[in-house]
Design a protein around this ligand. Structure first.
Ligand code: DUC
Ligand code: ZN
Ligand code: ZN
Length: 475
């Protein structure tokens, strides 16, 4: 029987190996890897290109409620389209529980937004904002069984933060059910105190976003999160780590034998707090939390990617339009930094940035690139071995990269719903030019050929981190 698709003559990279071979695909799945595979309905010649697992971005915000009058710039159509052009085949957005409401209600709405609108596969994390007895006792355990196997909790934001007790209660559900907890580590009380001081002095410009969220605020919360996870005896993901001192908390916890995974993001490699100084409120374009730091922190994050402090490199794509009363320049946001919505776009540039600045500049090798951006993402969040690698039996989710192609970032050529890129003008070498999702050609030589709805919702298994002696395999 002929293959549906064969990808020939490329250099394949997985998290462990780099080798020359052809890939035979049938019914959306990789069924053969070898030479001279024989007949195929369609074939792609990948001579001189890298053939990599499609990127998995486990940290993306799409159509998330973001406060009165504020609208996120991406819905599932634009968000997944942008992800696809960035070489991704799966993204994991967050489904936010509204306070006092069941998580199922938010999930129902989120599924309705995603259904039929996606260009990549999607799966959802849950944000627990109100861990009531019903949520902890019934809803979360049932949702884990249904394939929602990871929860994010916040230590900051007045309306989202959980107390230490609530975090422990949520972690305890994870311990009992095998779910994985992700924590946003910043100390809300310390931030409030600093906001008060800044506003009293009339210091309300975007730059104050960075000075009211200094490293100590993140480091303390990271220490507390890993300590709470130790008390509850659960594995943990520390998301969007921005600096060395927080990395040291992760490393210390690991030396104590704790399973702690660290994640960092492009903004902590490429931006600094100085970017928040822009004229005419332009600094608002770079407001995200934790804030970008300084050159030394950028080097620390690179070091963490090289040494394995970080297992995950994700975008934290959280897009708001800049020149828009429902975005960064909303009427309240123009009066003080603290009303500027937090988050920046990045899902389309996550992989090109790491490829250009990491692989092409010799900081990390190709297997490490694949591990950070696909394989570890799949393993951590229960998608492996279906996704995240090139292997017989895996979904045929593949990105073909031209390692020598140089392009300058221009938002006008990007595919998200924002009106700017924080990386405008950056020259990057190495871009995905072909993307295949479940054996279907989606992007061909930079042009969209796939259709809205080709990407589907995927329920997930438990994380490999959730293995325990009484629960020996998570796969
Ligand atoms: N946390 C995120 O993970 N993304 C954007 C904003 C935030 O605080
Ligand atoms: Zn966060
Ligand atoms: Zn985020």
């Amino acid at each position: 029987m002929p293959y549906d698709l064969v990808i020939q003559n490329g250099t394949i990279a997985t998290a462990s190996d780099v080798f020359q071979a052809d890939i035979g695909i049938r019914d959306g799945v990789i069924v053969q890897i070898g030479r001279d595979l024989g007949e195929a309905v369609e074939s792609i010649d990948a001579t001189g290109r890298y053939v990599l697992p499609g990127g998995i971005d486990s940290h993306v915000h799409i159509a998330q409620p973001s406060g009165e009058g504020i609208v996120m710039a991406d819905d599932f159509e634009s968000g997944t389209r942008s992800a696809l052009f960035g070489g991704n085949t799966t993204i994991l957005p967050f489904c936010l529980q509204e306070k006092g409401r069941p998580l199922r209600e938010a999930l129902k709405a989120y599924h309705a937004f995603a259904d039929g609108n996606c260009y990549t596969d999607v799966s959802f994390h849950l944000i627990v904002s109100d861990p009531s007895d019903a949520v902890l006792g019934q809803e979360l355990p049932a949702l884990v069984e249904d394939g929602y196997t990871s929860f994010k909790v916040f230590m900051t934001y007045e309306d989202l933060r959980l107390s230490d007790g609530q975090i422990l209660d949520t972690m305890d559900v994870a311990r009992r059910t095998g779910a994985l907890v992700m924590v946003h580590c910043e100390n809300e009380d310390a931030i409030r105190y600093l906001i008060g001081r800044h506003e009293a002095e009339g210091d309300v410009a975007p730059r104050a976003h960075a000075t009211t969220r200094p490293v100590a605020v993140e480091r303390e919360a990271t220490h507390r999160a890993v300590s709470l996870a130790e008390v509850a005896d659960v594995p943990l993901v520390i998301v969007h780590v921005s600096n060395r001192e927080s990395m040291e908390e992760i490393e210390r916890a690991r030396r104590r034998g704790r399973k702690v995974i660290g994640e960092t993001c492009p903004q902590y490699l490429m931006l600094t707090a100085d970017d928040l100084d822009g004229m005419d409120w332009e600094g608002a374009k770079f407001v995200c939390s934790p804030p970008p730091r300084d050159a030394e922190s950028q080097e620390a994050c690179w070091d963490g990617l090289e040494r394995g402090v970080f297992d995950l490199f994700s975008s934290d794509h959280c897009p708001f339009r800049y020149d828009d009363p429902a975005g960064k320049r909303n009427p309240k946001g123009m009066t003080s930094f603290r009303h500027i919505p937090n988050g920046i776009p990045g899902v389309e540039l996550r992989l090109p940035i790491l490829f250009s600045e990491g692989v092409n500049k010799g900081r990390i090798d190709l297997p490490r690139f694949v591990a950070l951006t696909a394989t570890n993402q799949a393993k951590t969040y229960g998608l492996y071995p279906r996704k995240g690698t090139i292997a017989i039996g895996a979904d045929a989710d593949i990105a073909i990269w031209d390692p020598a192609l140089t392009r300058t970032v221009r938002h006008a050529e990007m595919h998200d719903g924002a009106d700017y890129s924080p990386y405008e003008g950056l020259e990057l070498t190495g871009w995905p030019t072909i993307v295949v999702l479940g054996g279907k050609l989606m992007v061909s030589d930079g042009a969209l050929v796939g259709r809205k709805g080709d990407g589907r919702y995927r329920s997930r298994d438990r994380s490999y981190l959730a293995t325990r002696r009484d629960r020996p395999t998570a796969l």
